[in-house]
Design a protein around this ligand. Structure first.
Ligand code: FAD
Ligand code: SIN
Length: 543
């Protein structure tokens, strides 16, 4: 069985630290849609500090393209959105959570509109919101901004509100190394800043909003920040992680050797784009009645099948039948990215293939965004709320980030109102770690890890490859986890090793195929044995 060997980063009980300290009522780690929403809500009553490991707006939220799924069209209904979400989740969604997120959606979009987020309209005269469709949705219910730059529209509106808010302070380029857990409760975090070095933030309440972990895979749509830090920190703090085997792969990522794996939004298929194989043949109708708009896992697997059958590295997305002016106004970002690689999408096919896109699992939270560790909350991609089950419906995650972000913000205020204690410090000693760093090439291990995860724990899995991943990860953990690092690269690598190990462990355990988890050796869904969640309780580090 696994021995995960957690890096030891601090111990409580020795008054030996000389580290600078800050105090805040609420600490929010992460500045994407979830963290910013949480901070804005908490700031109604409380002082908030947001930290972010890169620039504030450098995250997955900023790259979101397709839109936000929300019931705002008169032809649509809550029941329909709930049904579609439950169907996609293949028996593992929490119905109450689905109902709450779907029903809370319209008011959260109202809130964003009030902050100045400008979603696209059918025309300026009517002012009606424009809706698009994505896989698995039975209505056109996805609103979008600046064509295919929805995330930017959302993030910019939230960031502007945060900047204008005197109760919120922000610190960018500030890496959270670990949560501080004292006597079983979260009291803040140990952080690191390039200029300041290590320091401590003592907090009344801490909200983890650190996003996903797409960077564990060689092929990914995710931004560089997505290294699973929040999940790893939560695990080390003793929280429960759930559904770690459910990594969602997006079917259509731009595939050009040497180019970043830029997402080609599903909304393109919603507007009529066709998938073609090496021979130019449309293939999706033979795999699913919804063809190009089948659920994502079906489209990803079908693409892989075509690639294998044709011994080709990718397939193609065809929008050449759509009017040039329409493509340029509806998908300006994608037109321009493809143009920079000399592909004119109005005349040429776009080379695409699947890549890691979204982590369904994460720190398990209840309906108040609480992790189970007192004073520690989680929201956004780093949390597992139970909304997505075994497969996330496109454009449901910005919605979830908004709803649970605001919920976390509301709850921390309530929790602080109930307590009348000032935020205080605790005696603490930074553990220097055991091993010395000798001749270790972090970049090489990171690249090897990403290749391993792509090959052995990707779209298709089986016992043999998962075992190969288990063995390699175990070997790397042996010499990486006990080392003391002084930069983010080292801590990130430790986090990536930990989260990869949990994904592999969960994928080995789930001996069936369900949603985004496809086992070639157990190709059928097995409700009798597996209509349940896999959870891991983290091993605490604090006193
Ligand atoms: P993020 O937005 O990723 O923010 C994470 C934050 O945590 C960052 O600020 C980062 O700096 C910080 N952080 C991480 N680790 C640390 C650390 N150790 N210390 C300090 N700070 C840290 N979803 C939709 O609903 N609709 C879409 O159209 C859509 N399109 C997408 C397109 C792309 C290309 C991608 C990658 C995802 C898309 N998604 C979409 C998914 C969605 O964008 C994300 O799930 C969502 O934005 C995650 O928000 P978040 O706030 O949880 O995390
Ligand atoms: C996309 O635009 O295809 C991504 C939407 C999502 O991941 O929710």
């Amino acid at each position: 069985m696994y021995n995960l060997i957690l890096p030891k980063r601090y111990v409580v009980g020795f008054d030996t630290t000389q580290l600078p300290e800050l105090f805040t009522e609420v600490l929010v780690i992460g500045s994407g849609v979830a963290g910013l929403s949480a901070a804005l809500e908490a700031s109604r009553e409380r002082g908030v500090l947001i930290v972010s490991k890169n620039k504030l707006g450098e995250n997955n939220t900023m790259h979101a393209q397709g839109g936000v799924a929300v019931v705002l069209s008169p032809e649509d209904s809550f029941q329909s959105h709930i049904k579609d979400t439950l169907e996609a989740g293949q028996g593992l969604c929490d119905r109450k959570v689905v109902e709450k997120v779907v029903r809370d959606g319209p008011s959260k979009i109202e809130g964003l509109l009030e902050l100045g987020a400008s979603f696209d309209r059918v025309d300026s005269a009517s002012g009606e919101l424009a809706f698009t469709k994505e896989g698995g949705h039975s209505h056109r219910r996805v609103i979008h901004g600046r064509g295919d730059s929805t995330g930017m529209v959302v993030e910019e509106a939230l960031l502007k509100a945060v900047e204008d808010n005197v109760r919120i302070s922000t610190m960018d380029h500030c890496f959270a190394i670990d949560l501080l857990v004292v006597e079983g409760a979260c009291r803040g975090a140990l952080l690191w800043h390039k200029q300041r070095g290590r320091f401590i933030v003592w907090a009344g309440e801490t909200i983890l909003a650190t996003g996903g972990c797409g960077q564990l895979y060689r092929e990914t749509t995710n931004s560089a920040v997505a290294t699973g830090d929040g999940m790893a920190m939560a695990y080390r703090a003793g929280a429960v992680l759930q559904d770690m085997e459910f990594v969602q792969f997006h079917p259509t990522t731009l595939y050009i050797a040497g180019a970043a794996r830029v997402l080609i939004t599903e909304a393109m298929r919603g507007e009529g784009a066709i998938l073609r194989n090496k021979w130019g043949e449309r293939f999706m109708p033979k795999y699913h009645p919804m063809a190009e708009l089948a659920p994502r896992d079906v489209v990803s697997k079908s693409i892989l099948q075509e690639m294998q059958d044709d011994e080709h590295t990718h397939v193609y997305l065809d929008v050449t039948h759509l009017p040039k002016e329409y493509l340029e106004s509806r998908f300006p970002n994608i037109c321009s990215i493809c143009a920079s690689f000399h592909i004119d999408i109005t005349k040429e096919l776009i080379p695409v293939r699947p890549s890691a896109h979204y982590m369904i699992g994460g720190a398990k939270v209840d309906n108040k965004a609480r992790t189970g560790i007192p004073h520690l909350y989680a929201c956004g991609e780093t949390a597992c709320t139970g909304l997505h089950g075994a497969n996330r419906l496109g454009s449901n995650s910005l919605l979830e980030g908004l709803v649970y972000g605001y919920k976390a913000g509301e709850e921390v205020s309530l929790s602080l109102n109930r307590r009348h204690r000032r935020v205080t410090s605790y005696p603490l000693k930074i553990d220097a770690g055991a091993g010395r760093l000798r001749g270790m090439n972090l970049e090489d291990i990171r690249d090897s890890l990403k290749s391993l995860m792509w090959r052995c724990a990707g779209v298709e899995r089986d016992e043999e490859h998962l075992k190969e991943a288990e063995d390699a990860l175990s070997q790397w953990r042996e010499y990486v986890m006990d080392k003391e690092f002084h930069t983010a690269e080292g801590w990130e690598l430790q986090n990536m090793l930990l989260v990869s190990s949990l994904i592999v462990m969960a994928a080995q355990q789930r001996k069936e195929s369900r949603g985004v988890h496809y086992r070639k050796d157990y190709a059928q869904r097995d409700d009798q044995n597996w209509k349940r969640h896999i959870t891991f309780r983290g091993q605490g580090l604090g006193a």
